[in-house]
Design a binder for this molecule. Structure first.
Ligand SMILES: C[S@@+](CC[C@H](N)C(=O)[O-])C[C@H]1O[C@@H](n2cnc3c(N)ncnc32)[C@H](O)[C@@H]1O
Length: 260
């Protein structure tokens, strides 16, 4: 069976309230978020007074957790209006000083050298219609960083995806949803058809999306092309809180990069 066509701008439409339920086992798991934030703070040695950009930060789960820990200068940039609204409401409700800005990561609405650190977490990279689109995001991240600033980028481990990710999977999600995924691998991409069914309402979503898979050496080359001076990559298990396959993020490739 051939994979369905994937709209080049699929990422403009997928990340909504339904996504917050289909991916709740990752993106609504507070303990997982705490562990991820532990790793980021430790790896980049982040200070509470630093200006930090959570790029493609979705509903701001990492930024909100950082604010809870006293990081008072964290800003979330994302394209998704539903996720930004959700995050703003959380920040307001909990009295957390997190700013939420809408934008496209390929062309960021901030001046150069505005941040000490940029985070791009949980497989938010590799959505570009071309490799050039992906590269532009790294160039923008580098432009925004002060000299000595650092980037933390987390993507799916391509080795895990190619060897272990099941071709088909399903799981139950909050409410009455069942999420069915069928996956295809091409030399460049992981392609997924996602069907979401509600026991009460029937078909909620039937869509296709794709993520470009980057080997560590590809990412390193891209980051150097984007202007980063030093790059360190490591393959890791996800900081999982429950056993079981968690889709493409079950194993991650994490990259830290420094601007000169
Ligand atoms: C898988 S979600 C992860 C969100 C968040 N980092 C987390 O860990 O919960 C990917 C996010 O990247 C955002 N995104 C993807 N491409 C983008 C772009 N070019 N500009 C802005 N946001 C983008 C999506 O809107 C979505 O919220």
């Amino acid at each position: 069976m051939d994979h369905p066509p994937v709209p080049p701008d699929w990422w403009r439409h997928l990340f909504d309230e339904t996504y917050l339920r289909t991916d709740a086992r990752s993106v609504q798991d507070a303990e997982l978020t705490r562990r991820e934030v532990d790793e980021v703070i430790h790896t980049l040695d982040l200070g509470r007074e630093e200006f930090i950009l959570d790029l493609c930060g979705g509903q701001g789960r990492h930024a909100l957790e950082m604010a809870r820990r006293g990081y008072g200068r964290v800003l979330v940039l994302d394209f998704s209006l539903p996720l930004l609204s959700w995050g703003r409401a959380q920040a307001q409700g909990a009295g957390r000083p997190v700013a939420f800005v809408r934008g496209d990561a390929r062309s960021l609405p901030f001046g150069g050298a505005s941040f000490h650190a940029v985070l791009c977490l949980a497989n938010s990279f590799g959505y570009g219609a071309t490799r050039g689109d992906d590269l532009r995001i790294l160039e923008e991240a580098c432009r925004l960083l002060q000299p000595g600033g650092r980037l933390y980028l987390e993507v799916a481990d391509p080795g895990y995806v190619r060897q272990h990710l099941p071709q088909q999977s399903w799981h139950e999600a909050p409410g009455d949803l069942v999420v069915c995924r069928r996956r295809w691998l091409t030399p460049e991409h992981l392609i997924c058809r996602e069907m979401v069914l509600s026991r009460q309402d029937g078909l909620v979503r039937d869509c296709a999306y794709q993520v470009r898979l980057y080997e560590p050496q590809d990412l390193e080359a891209h980051l150097k092309d984007a202007g980063f001076a030093r790059v360190a990559a490591m393959r890791e298990r996800a900081a999982e809180t429950q056993p079981g396959e968690r889709g493409a993020l079950s194993r991650r490739l994490t990259v830290a990069a420094w601007k000169e």
